[in-house]
Design a protein. Structure first.
Lengths: 344, 243
């Protein structure tokens, strides 16, 4: 039976996301979709469904949810506190969500964007070929308390787990040259690659600003270059010399020069880096980038083979005392030779 | 006027064919014609194309398709003709967009006219009769950059930003006009107001305009404008096919 997932409380930046919309670049609309596309694929693998399914993206803070029909959920991306009727839930896993149970997803513990998936995917009407909200373009909107999301009747196994590769704490980001890299002098480019950046708090689905010690980076052509195409991952140097990594909801074109482009496999790492975390850039060749991307795509395809049944940590079982944990054990004070029914 | 087009790789996502490094009418026409030619080729590995002011982006998955192969085909197509002299492609639309000039709806008409060295009546005459072409769409969904106005309109953007101009605003700078998709802070001067909507996600045709379409902004009275509604046929704009 299909049902409804009710949003009872919502953090400030919840939105429905899928793989986004392609084919509209010429009309001035970027792809959008989930900022961490890998998390979308992980949720799909956990629930045994297509990565085209729409999920709820939660930046920094989750919300409270209740379904009016039994379903199965998966939690991926940034790790957030989560409870089901008060019992803690493990992240990167699938769980049964019975009708009427209260799912509470709180603040982020690690990373920036968490994802809540439901079996079969959230089933809102397609708009221009996708269900995702494109917030800068005004397609769809953030989710708020009172929203009711249709969910299909779909089978999925709960109690499945996946251990993702760490991408929640910044580190080295690999980039390839942009067609505008040479607008920057070799010295400027070299300094860029040896600079330790920190993710600025100013970051959203459009772009992630980076802070650095020392002076900004300046292109030799100044700011008078003709507006040219932007691709996701472009590292744009704005007027004040600070870099912005442009994300899935960027503009389609821009007049600020790009010093390089983050490879697709490292974009989730940029998206998930919490404010203040250190990031630095390593320049790699196009051939190396192609090899990495080929491998990354194969790994995404192989995600279902990495799903394993959840082995629960007793610490995470709220009703631990309700379990018969000591069946078959003997008492240290009991007389092992006493016949049944006799007390020592 | 011509130059040598260049081809560059755009990360792993495609190739960029550029017809210049500054905005010029011939480079924009070349990009418009060349993009239509690439589309007409229907190459299976090309997932989409777009044009910026002077370039054509050809989206190809360079992870699975060798860039050299696509580059070779693009060079062969470039060599087929002088794209700077190519005629404008077929299938374009001419739009007539009723516009109120000046009044409280578009308060910077007189200021812009003054900078262009025109009296307001002459400014309105020029703006309302100029046939403008969509040079490119961008910044916001479906938002057109329109060129080119007579040379007197080569006026700079203002220093400070206007906090917000409404959707449908007609603004001017550097011999170009823009119709804003949504409320936008801007350095361009607000000279006219239309009821035109560039983008309506729920419409059958969510984007009204395509690069290469042409627009005329005939002047209407404030009272007539007030009778228009944004929901009606793209702000009561008439359209006709360009033969």
């Amino acid at each position: 039976m299909s049902g409804t997932l009710h949003v009872i409380n919502a953090g400030p930046a919840l939105s429905l996301q899928d793989r986004g919309r392609t084919g509209y670049l010429a009309k001035g609309l970027t792809r959008g979709g989930a900022v961490d596309q890998l998390a979308l694929c992980e949720g799909a693998a956990l629930l045994g469904q297509s990565p085209d399914c729409a999920a709820i993206e939660m930046m920094g803070m989750g919300g409270t949810f209740e379904a009016d029909a039994d379903t199965v959920i998966a939690l991926t991306g940034a790790e957030m506190t989560a409870t089901l009727d008060g019992a803690p839930l493990i992240w990167n896993a699938s769980h049964a969500l019975p009708a009427g149970a209260k799912l509470v997803i709180g603040g982020v513990r690690s990373g920036t964007y968490g994802y809540l998936h439901v079996a079969g995917g959230v089933d809102t009407a397609l708009e221009m070929g996708a269900r995702s909200a494109h917030l800068t373009a005004g397609i769809g909107a953030v989710l708020t308390a009172g929203d009711a999301l249709p969910i299909p009747s779909a089978a999925a196994r709960s109690g499945q787990h996946l251990t993702p590769d760490d991408r929640l704490s910044g580190g080295v980001i690999r980039m390839i040259p942009s067609f505008q890299s040479e607008l920057f002098s070799p010295e400027t480019r070299a300094r860029f690659r040896t600079t330790q950046f920190r993710r600025d708090p100013r970051a959203n689905r459009q772009g992630v600003r980076l802070d650095m010690p020392g002076e900004g980076f300046v292109a030799e052509g100044g700011l008078s270059i003709v507006s040219e195409i932007i691709t996701t991952g472009d590292i744009q140097i704005t007027g004040d010399g600070a870099p912005y990594v442009l994300m899935c909801e960027s503009q389609t074109t821009g007049g600020y020069p790009r010093i390089g482009t983050v490879i697709p496999a490292d974009l989730p790492k940029v998206a998930q880096a919490p404010a203040g975390v250190e990031l630095c850039f390593e320049l790699i060749s196009l051939d190396a980038a192609i090899a990495i991307e080929t491998r990354a795509r194969a790994e995404v395809k192989a995600l279902p083979s990495r799903i394993a049944p959840l082995v629960r940590d007793p610490h995470d079982i709220a009703d631990l005392l309700g379990y018969q944990l000591v069946s078959g054990a003997v008492s240290a004070t009991a007389d092992p030779f006493a016949t049944k029914g006799e007390q020592p | 006027m011509s130059g040598t087009p260049t081809i560059a790789r755009v990360g792993l996502t495609g190739l960029l064919v550029s017809f210049g490094d500054i905005m010029s009418e011939p480079a924009n026409r070349a990009a418009l014609a060349f993009r239509a030619a690439v589309e007409a080729e229907g190459w299976p590995e090309v997932s989409e194309t777009m044009m910026t002011l002077v370039s054509v982006f050809v989206a190809v998955d360079l992870v699975t398709v060798p860039a050299e192969a696509v580059e070779e085909r693009l060079r062969a197509l470039l060599a087929e003709e002088d794209w700077f002299a190519a005629p404008l492609p077929a299938g374009r639309t001419l739009w007539h967009v009723p516009t109120v000039y000046g009044t409280d709806l578009a308060p910077q008409l007189e200021e812009a006219a003054g900078i262009a060295g025109l009296d307001p009546d002459e400014a309105i005459r020029q703006l309302s009769t100029a046939r403008m072409r969509v040079l490119t769409l961008g910044f916001a969904p479906g938002q057109p950059y329109l060129g080119e106005l007579p040379a007197v309109w080569d006026i700079p953007r203002q220093q400070g930003l206007t906090k917000s101009v409404p959707a449908g605003a007609l603004v001017v700078a550097i011999r170009q006009l823009i119709i804003f998709t949504g409320p936008t802070p801007t350095g361009w001067r607000h000279v006219g107001q239309t009821a035109f909507r560039n983008f309506n996600q729920r419409a059958k045709m969510p984007f009204a305009l395509s690069p290469g379409d042409e627009l005329i902004f005939p002047a209407i009275e404030r009272a007539a404008f007030d009778r228009l509604t944004a929901t009606e046929s793209y702000g009561a704009a008439d359209r006709e096919a360009i033969a």
